[in-house]
Design a protein around this ligand. Structure first.
Ligand code: FE2
Ligand code: FE2
Length: 194
């Protein structure tokens, strides 16, 4: 039996994102509210860093007969999340802000959670939940920006496309696991319902 209560976290994520977006006001030259955009980008940066760390942990801790290729996938995802973090940090600086790399407040600022997980299936599920949170978060950020900041929007769209690939790959991994490990049928119920 498989339950994914974490999926409801999306509601919390959306409430959190809207809370900051509500502070937005339009300025003259740069039509987005720079302070709001910088705050939202720093939240996205924290999310990416937490995802880097969680995938890293999962890469090293993945065990079992089905684990090798999944562990490799975790490492690829971790490195791609690091690439996203770097892109976002670079954009924050371009906008005149400072990327917040403070480890003390990282998990509080991140949309996605750091869940260590101890079994392969739990790792994949937690990573899929985190990807779904990132997908909703980026989609909302893109919708908020509209055409106010085309450069940031373009970057976020590219990142969003990769997060969707990640989620799809995780759903496939989940579906590919043997039934006794909780995998069969889960992928179709999860991944394709997004
Ligand atoms: Fe990412
Ligand atoms: Fe991702």
């Amino acid at each position: 039996m498989t339950t994914i209560p974490e999926l409801t976290n999306t509601k919390t994520l959306r409430e959190k994102a809207r809370r900051h977006i509500g502070e937005g006001a339009v300025t003259a030259g740069y039509s987005a509210d720079r302070a709001v955009v910088l705050g939202l980008l720093n939240e996205a940066l924290a999310t990416e860093i937490v995802c880097v760390l969680r995938y890293r942990r999962h890469h090293f801790m993945a065990r079992g007969i089905d684990a090798r290729s999944t562990a490799d996938e975790f490492l690829i995802h971790s490195n791609e999340e690091q690439g996203h973090a770097d892109q976002i940090a670079g954009r924050i600086v371009q906008l005149g802000g400072e990327p917040d790399f403070s480890p003390d407040s990282l998990t509080a600022r991140s949309h996605a959670e750091y869940v260590p997980a101890h079994t392969l299936i739990d790792m994949i599920k937690e990573d899929l939940v985190a990807e779904r949170i990132a997908i909703d978060s980026y989609r909302e950020l893109i919708q908020y920006l509209k055409d106010q900041d085309p450069t940031t929007s373009h970057m976020l769209r590219q990142i969003l496309a990769v997060e969707e690939e990640h989620a799809d790959e995780l759903a496939d991994l989940l579906a590919g696991l043997p039934k006794e490990r909780g995998g069969a049928g889960v992928g179709s119920a999860l991944g394709k319902a997004m």
